[in-house]
Design a binder for this molecule. Sequence first.
Ligand SMILES: Nc1nc2c(ncn2[C@@H]2O[C@H](COP(=O)(O)OP(=O)(O)O)[C@@H](O)[C@H]2O)c(=O)[nH]1
Ligand SMILES: [Mg+2]
Length: 186
Amino acid sequence: MKLIGKGIPFSDERIIVLGLGHPGKTSIMLVFQGRGPQRVLQLEIPITHGLNINRIRFNNREIDLIDLGGSISLMQDWMVPCESWFQTSIALIYVVDSSCSDQLEIEKTQKFFQNVIACRNRVSPHAKIFLFLHCTDKLEYENRNDKLEKLESFFREGILESFITYKTTLMDDSVSKAFNEIRKQI
Ligand SMILES: Nc1nc2c(ncn2[C@@H]2O[C@H](COP(=O)(O)OP(=O)(O)O)[C@@H](O)[C@H]2O)c(=O)[nH]1
Ligand SMILES: [Mg+2]
């Protein structure tokens, strides 16, 4: 049996949170744990090293929320995620900084999203997939919807599996709303 730390065993169910760079994975996890988004935005969040694991409880279930952020830099070939992370995962949340204007970075994270899905298909094909187009507040208001629609289409290119997209920001309650929806689906 694997241990979560201090001798506590891993839960049988896990949600994994992934995404390249610093799109807001840890912040989103803090909101999932019940912190107010505005408060989270004010925190000085240190860069995640290795794994960040938090146990959440709902509907009499105990679920490990695992932020794989820091592990990505430890991957030998970082474009191929380690399959063992996907074992017992019931959901996979992929986070993208929707305000990123560097096309190469966007292509890189889209490619990684595809690899993550391929990995999920091999190891935990029943895990639900959710894409968070995050930091929407950083997009110019005038062309925000256009930009988000284009980004979503780009992420859907070549993906046959169904997934749900949420457009989120810490500036409102969109992250907790998205999580309430996710809880109903897992
Ligand atoms: N403007 C804005 N900043 C955000 C939002 N979410 C996270 N951030 C900031 O983005 C930075 C990186 O967030 P963090 O959660 O550490 O990202 P991670 O590296 O993916 O875990 C931090 O300074 C956060 O305060 C958001 O919705 N809007
Ligand atoms: Mg982090």
